[in-house]
Structure formats: structure tokens, C-alpha cells
Design a protein around this ligand. Sequence first.
Ligand code: TGC
Ligand code: FAD
Length: 392
Amino acid sequence: MKPDLFQAPDYYQLDELLSEEHKMVRDAARSWVKREVSPIIEDFAQRAEFPKQIISGLAEIGAFGPYIPEEYGGAGLDQISYGLIMQEIERGDSGVRSTSSVQSSLVMYPIWKYGSEEQRKKYLPKLASGEFIGCFGLTEPDHGSNPAGMTTNFKDMGDHYLLNGAKLWISNAPFADIAVVWAKNEEGRIYGLVVERGMEGFSTPETHNKWSLRASATGELIFDNVKVPKENLLPNKSGLGAPLGCLDSARYGIAWGAIGAAMDCYDTALRYAKERIQFDKPIGATQLQQKKLAEMITEITKAQLLAWRLGVLRNEGKATSAQISMAKRNNVEMAIKIAREARQILGGMGITGEYSIMRHMMNLESVITYEGTHDIHLLITGMDITGMSAFK
Ligand code: TGC
Ligand code: FAD
């Protein structure tokens, strides 16, 4: 792969909206990605392997629980810093950002928000340091966009719960130490349970042959009469709103992360367009390529403003789930379109692993599907503005 020469675009001087702490956090993540992710990621993606050696570095830059209070091992940062970290990591690779999103928003967040004090103390510091890696089991083979229909269930056996069912498409599952699993009790009410690797009847087979998120491990969670200790049930919230609340936090991070992937594609294409000579002049001097690049920077700038404003609203506790859906949907689509255009600017070189663009493009095909598909987020906006649900 070519050396990482990334220079972040900031067309509307958005740095002026950031505090010194935001810039410090962002710059630390940026240089870590340049140093530790860029040189190795193409190789790991080609081999379809998650680079486990970066786990301690992710913990050091605050990517595991950026907004979780320091007393539980988190970084205690605000929502803009969280977003900026996701942006920088996804600039390197969406699969690495996935690991960080899942750990922070889908595993640490529910334990922090819905767990007991004992559960927080037991799990959060180990997750923040990367000693434990977690995964989040919501999707099932027959229930993807409609998780309310889940059939994974647990029965009260007196001194423990008995868990049965299966989850599909679970990021980090193949090597996770713990799984936050969403299942129905005998009354059909959804609860989160912490399932630990090693519990009898619990297995995590890997999903192979993905063309997308190849540097992220994906798998199934299978529960065959797993005895889960009663103290592993998250006691403080139940119902579908509990897992959906975690998704709000992760979707917000993706809205920022997608900007990172788009910035990397744009920056690569801009540099290439200035250097590549055809018909005796740089292709960047032609109107057609300038149109592509001008539209890219316009869309990136709009997405940056959307994410920043959403971050301010989240810091103030005012962001709605529907606002988060709009940002996730818009920014991921923006990134995928930019990746496709940027790939064309590089001509044949664009399909090789010498450049990051094709990897970003393929990764974004998962990002546009997970955490709520592009269509589902449109329907959430539709429901919000009309007051009528088109899902059912
Ligand atoms: P609905 O009746 O609308 O709502 C049920 C209850 O949930 C509440 N609620 C929310 N609460 C918090 N945050 C949200 N975003 C919420 N949205 C809804 C709602 O108020 C209600 O509460 P209550 O107290 O009245 O019961 O539910 P529905 O069954 O009609 O479904 C709505 C829909 C379709 C929007 C929802 O099911 C949905 O978002 N589906 C998409 C599924 C999804 O996003 N799955 C993601 C799986 S995890 C993943 O992909 C991780 S990828 C990780 C990575 O690698 O980065
Ligand atoms: P479906 O729900 O079957 O949807 C298929 C198509 O139908 C989509 O285009 C969808 O938009 C459309 N559709 C569905 N319902 C409607 C409707 N009412 N109206 C109009 N169109 C509709 N899940 C987890 O729980 N944890 C994870 O860690 C996780 N990681 C993932 C990692 C990867 C790489 C991938 C690909 C997925 C991951 N997922 C995870 C699962 C992901 O959240 C689901 O794939 C996603 O929610 C969509 O579900 P589905 O694939 O079953 O598609």
C-alpha cells in the first residue's frame, strides 16, 4: 500500500468550532491511525483478519468508551470528541471503527446505563483497557430490521436463567470475551444478558467469505441451553427501547465515522488527479474530474456540519433518535457515493490495494446496512415528520 499522506479537508474552517481538547483528541487519534493502522490494514483486509495487535492502541487513544466516566475506566470525553475519534478511526478502516463502536456503544453503554453497580465495576474497566472485547447480539437469522420479532429467549430456572436461540451477523463475535445478548423472558419482555465465553452451550462460529469489512471479524452467537447466572441480567431497562437506545449512540458515531472514510477517498483522489497526466495535462485540470472533486468536498462539508450540530445537541441532551437516523443515513450515503466517484478518478489503479478507496467502498456496503439499513432510517424520518409508521 502507498504511504499514508492524508491531509484532512476543512473547507469551512470547522476547526474553529472545536475546543483545544477536541483537537488534541482528534490529532492523537489521527497520528495513531497513520502510524498503527494505515501500514497494516490492507494486508489484514486481504487476509480477512482483524489486527488484534491494535487493541491496546485503541484503548490508549480512548476509543473504548470515550464518553464513559473515568471512574469506570472510560475517557470521560464529550460527544464531539467521541465523534472525532470515530471519524479518524474510520478514515483508516470501517472495520476497525466497528470494533470500537461495538465495544463503546453496544457493550459498555448498556452495561453503564442499564447495568447494576456490580456489573459496571466488573466489566467496564476491563472493556476500557481492551483486556475484554465485547460483542452485541440483537440481529437474528429471521429478524434483522425487525428485532421486536426476536425468538431468542430465557427461562427462569430458580437459581439461573436458561438461554436458547441464535444471533447472526455479530461483529467481534469470533473472539469476544463477553456478549451483550438481547432475549425475551417468558412474558415476551426483552432484556439484556451478559453471556461470557466459556459458558457451556455457548458458541461463536465465524462468518466467512465477506467482500466487505474484511478486517473485522463477524460471526454467529449460538445458545444451546446456556445457564446464565441471574446476576448477569441487566436490571435497569427492558423492552425494545433498551437495545435501540444503544443503537442511538452507535449510529451517532457512524455519522462521524463515515466522514472519515469519505475524507480519505477525497484526499486520495485529489492528490491523484493533480499528479496523473493524460493528454499532456493533469486529469485534475479537466472539467469532468473537477466536477467530481468539487461535489465531493461540498458533500463532505455538509456532512461535517450535520455531525457537528448533532454532537452539540447530544452534549446538551437534546438530540432525538430521528435526528440521529437522518445523520447516519445521509453521511453513509455521502461516503459511499464519494468512494465510488473517487475510485473512478483513479482509473484502473482505483481497484488495487495500493490505494484505500476500494476497501472503503466495500466496507461502506456493510455500514449502509448495519445499525439500521438506509431504507429503515428513511422510514424513521418519514414516521417522525408524518406521525405515521410505514414499517408494519
Ligand atoms: P417501536 O414500536 O417504534 O419502538 C419500540 C420501543 O422502542 C422505543 N424506541 C427507541 N428507544 C430508544 N432509541 C431509539 N432509537 C428508539 N426507537 C424506538 C420506542 O419508543 C418504543 O418504546 P416503548 O417504551 O413505547 O415500548 O419499534 P418497532 O418494532 O416498530 O421498530 C422500529 C424500528 C424499525 C425503527 C427498529 O426496530 C429499528 O431501528 N430497526 C433496525 C434494526 C437495527 O438497527 N439493528 C441493528 C443491529 S446492531 C448492528 O447492526 C451493529 S453493527 C455494529 C458495527 O459493527 O458497527
Ligand atoms: P432485512 O431486515 O432482511 O432487510 C432486507 C431489505 O429489506 C433491506 O433493504 C431493508 O431496508 C428492507 N426492508 C426491511 N424492512 C422493510 C420495511 N418495513 N419497509 C421497506 N423495506 C424494508 N447485528 C447485531 O445485532 N450486532 C452486530 O454486531 C452486527 N454487526 C454486523 C456486521 C455486518 C458486517 C453486517 C453486514 C451486519 C451486522 N449486523 C449486526 C446486522 C445488521 O444490523 C442487519 O444486517 C441489518 O439490521 C439488516 O437486517 P437484515 O440483514 O436481516 O436485512
